[in-house]
Design a protein around this ligand. Structure first.
Ligand code: SF4
Length: 567
């Protein structure tokens, strides 16, 4: 009898969320990884990185044991020793210097990991610091700010309906290379090809001749940093040539006259030299956008990581609005995710909107956004003496000395910290400076659900993956590690009752679920908790979120659908 078995899981390595099929042999060895042909979203597509999960899982350099710095060297330690070291070092610092003396940096992989996504925030709350940093502020934060101000929440980001659009305009994005960003759409190459096959048009605006540009109908080289000028030139043309027609969404739009006034000074003839694109071309692009039966404008990192990133991000959606393409098939649409999506929770028109700049960074006074300070401030917050100086750092799945600005200064600053703790599966350029490193399990040994990314998907799908490989009993799941750290930060010590803390987290999730419109509204919280099948950790929180979501799903429903559910 064959000892092999087949398992299915969503790839956690990028935003495309491809379904993978694993062949598992004796001794829980991964024999083969390929695309899951029956996956509800990716239909068998896979990129070479998907197969890298096998070497990643087997990599002898992947940490399986906590590390503690002793005599200047990171040495293997037991879990109890590691947590005891955190308890010995961190709380006294907070006691002496205040909660803001610790900074937290959350890396990009945390967004692809249910445990860090849901329990990282518990740790942050327990630490009580305003010094929160993440990869977002060197990537998509401008888009999240413009989306929050326009549409109400941090993830109210319209995504282009690439499967139905007749015209796709892409600025500063290279989805054929990135596999999509703020756009969960596996096989973008195929999707772009199909736009052209059905007679549609793909226009790329980018200072570089990217792979995506090579597969487009048109590529316009824009001068770096001038996207906002170009976009204003396009908006100007739409108004100037009376092409503006927001369609049904017009009933929900405020301030179009203000936008018209703002755009008045940005005629294509005025912005052309700065942008490096001739005025007649800008006018033609605007006309074609307005004339297309449906069109989506999509801007990504190139439109964000520049001086006018928030303005450019806003103008992308202004264009979608004034051409009547916001919230219509083939245009720029809001996904309706199964779980955890602020957009689809609560009563219509009752959102609280967003508040930005509630506090500022200590040294140069940059404003927070969604509870985060720009990571460009992190080095100076550590190396500038004074009241409120950062003296300890917690990193979760991040490598900021490589991936953020001022890397050399940040490295020097980190070397001067009083204490550093990293939750990470590798010793990398950043975590090698830590005093304690706590590893999590391999991506194949933890459950997976893309809570954030399904809020940005071209189709509404839900796909839960149980661990592909039997979890290693010597490596606690990250949610337990994060809760234990939260217990230390909250003064309960290294021996805090993790299950009791988790019960509190779940009770709070249920309390919120029954308190707002939706399937759980008005239910008895105790009754809801009792229905959760004795689950704990992120799976219980996911189950609550699914039950409170717009499709009235349960985790059991997803467990019964290993290829995901097309909603
Ligand atoms: S495209 Fe992304 S999600 Fe798909 S296999 Fe590659 S890395 Fe994984």
């Amino acid at each position: 009898m064959s000892a092999t078995r087949t398992a299915y899981a969503t790839c956690p390595l990028c935003e495309a969320t491809c379904g993978l099929e694993f062949e598992i042999g004796e001794g829980e060895r991964v024999l083969r990884i390929r695309g899951d042909a029956d996956d509800a979203l990716s239909h068998g597509f896979v990129c070479p990185k998907g197969a890298s999960l096998k070497p990643l899982h087997e990599d002898p350099d992947r940490l399986r044991t906590p590390l503690i710095r002793r005599n200047g060297r990171l040495e293997e330690a037991t879990w109890d020793e590691a947590f005891a070291e955190v308890e010995r070092r961190l709380p006294p610092l907070l006691e002496e210097h205040g909660r803001d003396a610790v900074a937290v940096y959350i890396g990009n992989p945390a967004a692809h990991n249910l445990a860090t996504l849901l329990y990282g925030r518990v740790l942050i709350k327990a630490l009580g610091t305003k010094n929160i940093y993440s990869a977002s502020t060197v990537d998509q934060m401008p888009k999240q700010i413009s989306a929050g101000l326009m549409f109400g929440t941090i993830l109210s980001v319209p995504v282009p309906d690439v499967d139905r659009t007749d015209h796709l305009m892409i600025l500063g994005a290279n989805p054929l290379q990135s596999n999509g960003s703020l756009l969960t759409a596996p096989d973008m190459r195929g999707r772009i090809r199909r736009i052209r096959e059905r007679g549609g048009k793909v226009v790329v605006i980018d200072p570089r001749r990217t792979r995506t540009a090579e597969h487009a109908d048109e590529h316009h080289f824009v001068r770096p940093g001038t996207d906002a000028l170009l976009l204003f030139g396009l908006v100007h043309t739409i108004f100037d040539e009376r092409l503006d027609d927001p369609g049904p969404v017009g009933d929900h739009v405020d301030g179009l006259d203000v936008v018209r006034e703002l755009a008045r000074d940005f005629a294509p003839e005025r912005v052309a030299d700065a942008c490096g694109i001739e005025a007649p071309e800008i006018r033609r692009m605007a006309r074609e956008l307005a004339a297309a039966p449906s069109a989506g404008v999509y801007g990504r990192i190139g439109t964000c990581t520049q001086e006018f990133g928030t303005l450019a991000s806003w103008l992308v959606d202004v264009l979608n609005v004034v051409t009547g393409n916001l919230d219509r098939p083939g245009g720029a649409m809001f996904p309706r995710a199964a779980a955890g999506q602020p957009n689809s929770l609560g009563a219509p028109r009752r959102g609280r909107g967003v508040k930005l700049g509630r506090w500022t960074s200590r040294v140069r006074g940059l404003p927070e956004a969604y509870g985060e300070l720009p990571v460009v401030c992190l080095a100076e917050e550590i190396d500038t003496p004074g009241e409120g100086q950062v003296r300890a750092l917690v990193t979760v799945a991040g490598n900021p000395t490589v991936s953020t600005p001022n890397a050399a200064r940040l490295t020097r600053a980190i070397e001067g910290l009083d204490f550093m703790l990293s939750v990470d599966v590798y010793v990398n350029e950043t975590t090698r400076h830590a005093d304690v490193v706590l590893p999590g399990p391999s991506p194949l040994q933890r459950p997976h659900y893309d809570l954030a990314l399904y809020q940005l998907a071209v189709r509404n799908v839900a796909n839960y993956s149980p661990p592909v490989i039997e979890p290693d009993p010597d490596i606690p799941p990250e949610w337990r590690t994060l809760l234990r750290l939260a217990g230390i930060a909250a003064g309960q010590g290294a021996e805090a009752d993790v299950d009791a803390l988790d019960d509190l987290v779940a009770a709070e999730a249920v309390r919120r679920g029954v308190g707002r419109p939706g399937p759980l509204e008005g239910r008895d919280p105790g009754e809801v908790l009792a229905e959760l099948d004795g689950r704990g950790g992120p799976e219980r929180l996911l189950d609550v979120a699914l039950r409170a979501g717009p499709y009235d799903l349960t985790l059991a429903d997803l467990e019964a659908a290993p290829h995901g559910i097309d909603l």
